[in-house]
Design a binder for this molecule. Sequence first.
Ligand code: AMP
Length: 326
Amino acid sequence: MNEEIKKLILDEIKASDTILIARHFRPDGDAIGSTKGFQRILKLSFPDKDIRLCNRDYSDYMAFLGPEDGDVSDEDIKKALVFILDTATADRVSEPRVLEGRKIIKIDHHIDNNPYGDISWVEDRRSSCSELVADFYNTFKTELKIDAHAATCIYTGMNTDSGRFRFAATTGETLRLAGLMVDQGVDIETLQAHLDLKDFKVYEYQAAVFGRIRVTENGLAYLFVDQEMQEKWNLSREEASDSVTFMNMIKGAIAWIAFIENPDHTIRVRLRSRFMTINGVAERYHGGGHDKAAGATCYSKEEMEALIRDADEAVREYKESHEGWL
Ligand code: AMP
């Protein structure tokens, strides 16, 4: 699919001496995995080019994949071919200065509501942006080089964004491309340990927080993690945000939402669902995202209550008009 655009992208790479690779802020496994994997493939394949990651923030959770690159000068940005991966809209770019680059190429798997860039390769049915990077490698594998580290980064993105290959966006092609990555020497046991093991304090926090999960009659699960709890359990922002996963296995609760209070008392909202879509609710509260994994922001408790009512109504409507949900 999209053979022409991929060829165009490869030609742009060949024609550029300075290449910068960027992603969205508050990165997840896919943002880090896709950019680091893509950088590694390009570096191995074009060793004489200057190819750097250019981002402002990083992720403790993904630190096992190694560090990113340091500061990039304005001068280098201006002459660079800039790739922006896994970033639906330009205002979510971690280092906004990259938008001043000579040419911008967007590679993404989010719905393209606000296009940006000079060249855009977006496939919103893909389970991850890392899957697109794997596909790019697969398309040109006679010309491109890969190694175990590049494959580990890409596999990490594919694995995390597809919920360990469980979400509906996972296709046969996802698994074939993941297999191609594993074949390069991914150490699955070590990787899975990095992704899954948690400090014991997180389990202590879980034991306390499970009592605060609420499930409505219609089947909406939600949880509010206030600042006090985050301080009490000494949680990082990532650990607090991860609370959304606690609700993903409740029978009948086909949508679930974590509200995480920010230090400035605004509320980060993480919405998830199975069977039904949930991004419509997110869009009404300063957010958006994928059909079944979206984010939003609430600026008051009242807004949080309103969002809960809206989401609950969406669950009710879905259940009334559909069968087969679990
Ligand atoms: P998160 O819960 O932060 O992991 O977000 C899930 C998905 O929703 C991500 O893939 C984001 O692209 C998207 N998303 C999160 N927050 C927002 C937002 N404020 N506006 C638009 N999309 C968002």
